[in-house]
Ligand binder design. Structure first.
Ligand SMILES: Nc1ncnc2c1ncn2[C@@H]1O[C@H](COP(=O)(O)OP(=O)(O)O)[C@@H](O)[C@H]1O
Ligand SMILES: O=C(CO)[C@@H](O)[C@H](O)COP(=O)(O)O
Length: 465
């Protein structure tokens, strides 16, 4: 590291790619950025993420960087042997094979309410504990070699520090494991043992703003966090604002003053990266739903958007149930997508595009409702993530959600939050800068949301013919 180092680096190791921002800690200005893709699939060799990170850091250059922080896709199970090597590919948040294990774990603890009270979250297949159970059950020989378990951001942070004996995590990401309690702020080793059949080493939960170590080149390393907690760190939604991230996942979250314990299992009671709480809902099907719609129509995103905009609200009765890869919210791991209500009258390219966008947004609107049901005030939605770059999503969102919507300017908010945390660790106080905000798009006709969502609910609940 050069003596003149003045910048910080923030990393988003998300499902589809690693994104690195080099940021001025004085004002949050992005000075350089790079991106490297990740392999497809719901199980991935974590070394592919390391290679992507190394490639992106090499491209941006770090000679003028003093500190780095990593935010990563949540929940992924990185199991390591006694030498610190992965015993198998990481199972990602969107891998649904452990759905029966989630059911079994819920029963073993005495029901969904017991989990909500214990850790803040009722396990679904995304939650790390269920992946531990699946591994111990389905791959006992692999499980026998495991000594420690980490999350994607923990593992990358540990490797950035040169793989020392001690590893770290933070409360934001730990809260998605199923064996760290948002309610008590402590690990629940008994629940890890219940899931895996024996103990495993877990990373120490670092304080927000802590320097957890240094890279071999001398960069200070911050605790890092989960990707959604990273975005929340960057955006700092005000009370009444809900962030909707349209990436591989659709994530709906906001800051809250107390842990949530939703026994229905819809709202995950996560922690944030500041010492507060981050109630969150996540779907398995968001930006890729748009991609499938565009592929069906054989068009690029711009033309897909134009087609969707050209149709009328409600797509003349054509509805997409967007559970393409199974769904987590609601918990339907074996579901598939369905276009419903196709007739000779409404079978147009415009309606197919419109139904695709509306279906994805209706899935997210269900998530917003569940947050409101938990007593979280919601008056406005802030859209981020790759899918928010779709003009059709921006145009249709206020009418489908029934909320004023602000599409934040395209930026890597997760990586920006990680850079903010790195600046906080470096300087000992959280930076004062905020992200640029624009005016909201208002709801022009509230009846559209009611009609579109009522028709969608019929299909979702199996009442449509
Ligand atoms: N203009 C656009 N219209 C629709 N989808 C888009 C657009 N731009 C990017 N995307 C989609 O956004 C997704 C990537 O978003 P991102 O938030 O980076 O995801 P992740 O964090 O899960 O890696 C991809 O599926 C990509 O196809
Ligand atoms: O599982 C969750 C949140 O609980 C997902 O939000 C993952 O954290 C992946 O995020 P993206 O890569 O889609 O941004």
């Amino acid at each position: 590291m050069a003596g003149s180092a003045r910048y910080v680096a923030g990393v988003d190791s998300s499902t589809q790619a690693t994104k690195v921002l080099v940021v001025d800690p004085e004002d949050g200005r992005v000075v350089r950025e790079a991106r490297r893709p990740h392999p497809d699939g719901t199980e991935v060799d974590p070394r592919a993420w390391w290679d992507a990170l190394a490639g992106a850091l090499g491209e941006v250059g770090t000679s003028d960087v003093a500190a780095i922080g990593v935010a990563g896709q949540q929940h992924g199970m990185v199991l390591l042997d006694e030498h610190g090597e992965p015993v198998r590919d990481a199972l990602l948040w969107n891998d649904t094979r452990s759905a029966p294990d989630a059911t079994a774990l819920i029963e073993e603890l005495g029901g969904a309410a017991a989990w909500a009270e214990a850790v803040g979250t009722v396990p679904v297949a995304s939650i790390t504990a269920t992946k531990l159970r699946w591994t111990s059950r389905a791959e006992p020989d692999v499980a026998a070699r495991a000594r420690r378990v980490m999350l994607p951001h923990d593992w990358l942070t540990w490797r950035l520090r040169g793989s020392p004996a001690d590893a770290t995590t933070d409360r934001g990401d730990a809260s998605g494991t199923g064996y760290w309690s948002t309610v008590t702020g402590e690990y629940r080793p008994d629940l890890l043992e219940m899931a895996f059949g024996r103990a495993l080493d877990v990373p120490r939960v670092a304080e927000p703003g802590e320097v957890v170590g240094h890279t071999p080149d001398g960069l200070a390393v911050s605790a890092g966090t989960g990707d959604n907690a990273g975005a929340a760190l960057a955006i700092a939604p005000a009370e009444g604002e809900v962030v909707i991230s349209i990436g591989t996942s659709g994530a709906v979250f906001t800051g809250h003053d107390r842990p949530s314990t939703d026994a229905s299992g819809l709202v995950a009671g996560f922690a944030d990266a500041r010492g507060g709480y981050l109630p969150l809902l996540a779907t398995l099907n968001a930006a890729r739903v748009l991609g499938v719609g565009a592929a069906l129509l054989g068009v690029e995103p711009d033309e897909f958007d134009a087609l969707a905009r050209a149709a009328s609200p409600g797509a003349d009765g054509l509805v997409l149930l967007p559970y393409l890869d199974g769904e987590r919210t609601p918990d339907r791991p074996d579901a598939q997508g369905r276009y419903v209500g196709l007739t000779t009258a409404n079978g147009t390219r415009e309606n197919l595009a419109r139904a695709t966008v509306e279906g994805m947004l209706c899935g997210l609107a269900d998530c917003v409702d569940a947050l409101i049901d938990q007593g979280v005030p919601v008056r406005r939605a802030l859209l981020i993530g790759g899918g928010s770059r779709s003009g059709a999503v921006a145009d249709l969102a206020p009418e489908v959600l029934g909320l004023p919507v602000e599409v934040l300017s395209p930026q890597e908010y997760v990586a920006l939050g990680a850079a903010r945390q790195a600046a906080w660790a470096l300087r000992g106080e959280e930076p004062g800068w905020t992200v640029a905000r624009e005016t909201s798009r208002d709801v022009t006709d509230a009846s559209i949301s009611e009609q579109v969502r009522a028709r969608y609910a019929d299909v979702r609940d199996g009442h449509a013919p």
